[in-house]
Ligand binder design. Structure first.
Ligand code: ADP
Length: 490
């Protein structure tokens, strides 16, 4: 039902194209009709006045002639009407009647009128001293008294042909109708041509508005006109561009907002996991310490137990201390910048000093060691560099194989300081590589526990590298070894 009503309304909806053409046609028609009526009326009035003037002039001539010649002519001549028989006097066909209505002089031109009752009444009218005239077809019949000394002495009848006038009038009328019709047709054709162009531009703008509504900004078209419609179209394009720009900005803002929300969620999750891990990792050594402390308390004369217990308690205490250090360092790095103090550092000297510190552990594990560093300097935080190297070399020792080797390198390449720490150890499985920088992540928990690892070393290393705008990458092959590559801007 709703669809039917909608369809009907659409059918009844008259387009602007039709409205404009209909309006122009009616306007033209009205103008042509008004002009025709006004001009034709004017011509008719003018012609009527001309005829009237000619008739009265003729009458005046008769009267003047009569008054001039009445002194010289006798009444008998007047009675016969022969006084008026002067051809030069009759510029218009004329007849003269006496005051009783009897024809004195002249001719009968229109039998019908003479037989007509109207003629009788008009003669009577003239006898009464009044002028009257009537038009029948293309002839005007004029009746007037000829007065002498204010007395009607005869009746003048004039038959004035207005054929030329009416031919002229009819020709003008035909011309008006012909040219009017032509003007109307030309006007409508020109109107259609002009309004088609105009409405085409209006439809283009209408489509543009619909495209803006739908968000199809690329389909918005500009029309090339120098009038108000052209300005309107320019305004539309400006509006469309502004809306598109605003929408784009809004999308960017929305995207960055959702990225920020995601980041916050991730951070929140990481924080919870971190706290969970901290709690768990702290509980294990504390449980061991507590268990040994209780056992030693119960069996204080068991020397073997006491020795085992104190060794374990000391080992777990070391673990706890290293864990506390690293957790504190990690959270400090997360929050503050104050620890980064960059200065010009001689890399060769710094590396050699660190390697020297690690030599004891390396030899204890029966590993070969190589340290190749170019004589270069770098603007870097020395303390951070020390932490990074110690952690990486420590891992290279812990996850190595007996008789394996470790190689440390430092050099400059394309404005970058490159540091590599490579070992021939147990390697890391591909699927674990992406996780090793996560706090508390360990590939083999058992081995890691044995070596005293808590999974915080690489997390700390990554944070320290990033703090100095560097990058760290790892390449590894299971059972063959691992290489850590670090890049710092020089
Ligand atoms: P951990 O204190 O356990 O050593 P790290 O954060 O330093 O923690 O390292 C995370 C995990 O990555 C380690 O548990 C170990 O499984 C793996 N790993 C790190 N360095 C190496 C390496 N050089 N060779 C093999 N595995 C390594």
């Amino acid at each position: 039902m709703v669809l039917v009503i909608k369809g009907l309304t659409n059918c009844l909806k008259i387009g602007i194209k039709f409205k404009l053409i209909a309006f122009t046609a009616s306007l033209l028609l009205a103008v042509i009709l008004f002009l025709s009526v006004a001009v034709l009326n004017g011509i008719k009035n003018y012609q009527d006045k001309q005829v009237e003037a000619a008739l009265f002039k003729q009458k005046d001539m008769f009267e003047q002639y009569f008054s001039e010649s009445s002194s010289t002519n006798d009444n008998a001549e007047l009675a016969r009407g022969s006084i008026f028989n002067r051809p030069w006097l009759r510029t218009i066909p004329a007849s003269v009647y006496d005051t009783k209505g009897q024809l004195l002089s002249g001719f009968k031109t229109d039998v019908k009128l003479n037989e007509n009752k109207e003629k009788e009444s008009m003669i009577k009218y003239a006898i009464a001293g009044k002028v009257s005239y009537i038009r029948i077809n293309d002839v005007v019949y004029f009746y007037s008294p000829i007065k002498y000394k204010n007395k009607s002495v005869a009746i003048l009848e004039l038959e004035y042909s207005v054929k030329e006038n009416s031919t002229f009038y009819n020709n003008i009328k035909k011309m008006f109708y012909g040219t009017g019709f032509l003007a109307l047709v030309i006007g409508i054709v020109l109107g259609i041509i002009y309004f088609l162009g105009l409405t085409r531009d209006i439809y283009i703008m209408k489509n543009s508005v619909e495209n803006i509504e739908k968000g199809n900004f690329s389909k918005v078209q500009q029309i090339k006109r120098k009038d108000e419609l052209g300005e309107l179209s320019k305004g539309l394009i400006f509006m469309s561009n502004t809306i598109e720009e605003n929408i784009r900005e809004l999308k960017v803002e929305r995207d960055s907002l959702s990225i920020a929300v995601e980041k916050l969620k991730k951070m929140d999750k990481q924080q919870k996991e971190f706290i969970g891990n901290v709690t768990h990792e702290f509980k294990t050594p504390i449980t061991t310490i507590k268990a040994y402390a209780d056992l030693i308390g119960m069996y204080n004369n068991d020397l073997v137990l006491i020795e085992q217990g104190t060794t374990s308690i000391s080992k777990e205490c070391n673990r706890l201390t290293s864990m506390v250090d690293r957790v504190l360092s990690l959270s400090a790095l997360e929050k503050y910048d104050f620890e980064i103090q960059k200065k010009e550092v001689n890399l060769k000297e710094a590396f050699e000093e660190i390697c020297q510190r690690m030599m004891g552990k390396i030899q204890k594990n029966n590993l070969a060691f190589q340290c190749n560093v170019e004589e270069i300097t770098a603007t870097i935080d020395e303390e951070s560099l020390r932490h990074i190297l110690i952690n990486l070399i420590d891992n290279a020792i812990k996850y190595n194989k007996s008789g394996g080797s470790i190689a440390v390198e430092g050099y400059k390449e394309e404005n970058k300081i490159m540091i590599t720490v490579a070992d021939t150890g147990i390697g890391i499985a591909n699927e674990c590589l992406s996780n090793i920088f996560e706090p508390f992540y360990r590939v083999e928990t058992h081995r890691s526990r044995e070596t005293g690892g808590v999974g915080l070393g690489l997390a700390l290393v990554e944070k320290l590298v990033k703090k100095q705008h560097g990058t760290i990458k790892v390449e590894s092959r299971l059972k063959e070894g691992t290489i850590f590559n670090i890049e710092f801007p020089a």
